[in-house]
Design a protein around this ligand. Structure first.
Ligand code: 5GP
Ligand code: MG
Ligand code: MG
Length: 195
C-alpha cells in the first residue's frame, strides 16, 4: 500500500490555509453569538453545534476549539452518496441527536454542500426537532451543481470556509468510500483512483 499523498493530483487547500480560515470562521461565530447574547434580555440556552457525521469531524474539532463562548456539541448522521462520487438520491437521517434542541439555536456544521439535498434533509430534521433558529456553517460550498437555493431558519446565519470549484475533493474529513478523511489538507484525486 502506497502513501496516502501519492493518490492526490493537486492540493486545493493546504492545512495552513484551512487552519487560518477556520479560525476566522470561529471568530465570526463568536462575535455573532456575543452580539446575539447582548441583544437578548433573558438568558438564552447555549448554542448547539451539530456536526454532520462522519465528514465534519475535523472541521468541527478545529472550529469549536476556536469559539470562545460556551457551546454544546452533538452529531447527526445522514447518508446520500453511498460509496461513489455521485449522489445516490435522497438522503435520510441514519442517526439522530442525543440532545433536546427544542427552542435552541443550532449551528449545523458539515464539510461540504453541493446540490443541497443533504443540507435540506438535515435542516428539515432539526426544524422538526424544534430548533428555534438554524445557522449553516459549511467548510466548503460547491455551488456549481445547485438547482435550488435554501432559506435560513429563524435568525440563522450562513458561514462558509471556502467556495470550492466543481471537483470531487477529498481530505480534511471528506472521503471516497470512507478513505482519505485523515488527509490534513483538501485535494483532488488522481483520475485513476476512481476506477
Ligand atoms: P449535497 O447533498 O449537497 O449534494 O452533497 C453533500 C454531501 O455530498 C456531502 O456531505 C458529501 O458527503 C458529499 N459530497 C459532495 N461533494 C463532494 C466532494 O467533492 N467530495 C466528497 N468527498 N464528498 C462530496
Ligand atoms: Mg458522508
Ligand atoms: Mg462521503
Amino acid at each position: 500500500m502506497g502513501a496516502l499523498d501519492d493518490d492526490i493530483e493537486s492540493v486545493l487547500y493546504s492545512s495552513e490555509e484551512i487552519s487560518r480560515r477556520v479560525s476566522e470562521l470561529a471568530a465570526q461565530i463568536t462575535a455573532d453569538l456575543d452580539n446575539n447574547k447582548s441583544n437578548n434580555t433573558e438568558s438564552s440556552p447555549p448554542v448547539v453545534v451539530v456536526g454532520v457525521a462522519t465528514g465534519a469531524f475535523l472541521f468541527l474539532a478545529d472550529l469549536v476549539r476556536n469559539v470562545k463562548l460556551p457551546i454544546t456539541v452533538d452529531f447527526i448522521r445522514a447518508e446520500s452518496y453511498g460509496s461513489g462520487t455521485v449522489s445516490s438520491g435522497d438522503p435520510r437521517i441514519l442517526s439522530d441527536l442525543k440532545m433536546d434542541i427544542l427552542g435552541k439555536h443550532v449551528i449545523l456544521s458539515g464539510n461540504i454542500i453541493c446540490t443541497l439535498k443533504k443540507l435540506l434533509c438535515n435542516s428539515a430534521h432539526l426544524s422538526h426537532s424544534g430548533a428555534s433558529s438554524i445557522s449553516v456553517c459549511t467548510f466548503l460550498d460547491k455551488p456549481a451543481r445547485r438547482k435550488v437555493n435554501f432559506e435560513l431558519v429563524g435568525e440563522g446565519k450562513y458561514y462558509c470556509g471556502f467556495e470550492c470549484p466543481d471537483y470531487f475533493v477529498v481530505g480534511y474529513g471528506l472521503d471516497l468510500a470512507e478513505l482519505y478523511r485523515n488527509l490534513p489538507y483538501v485535494g483532488v484525486l488522481k483520475p485513476e483512483m476512481y476506477k
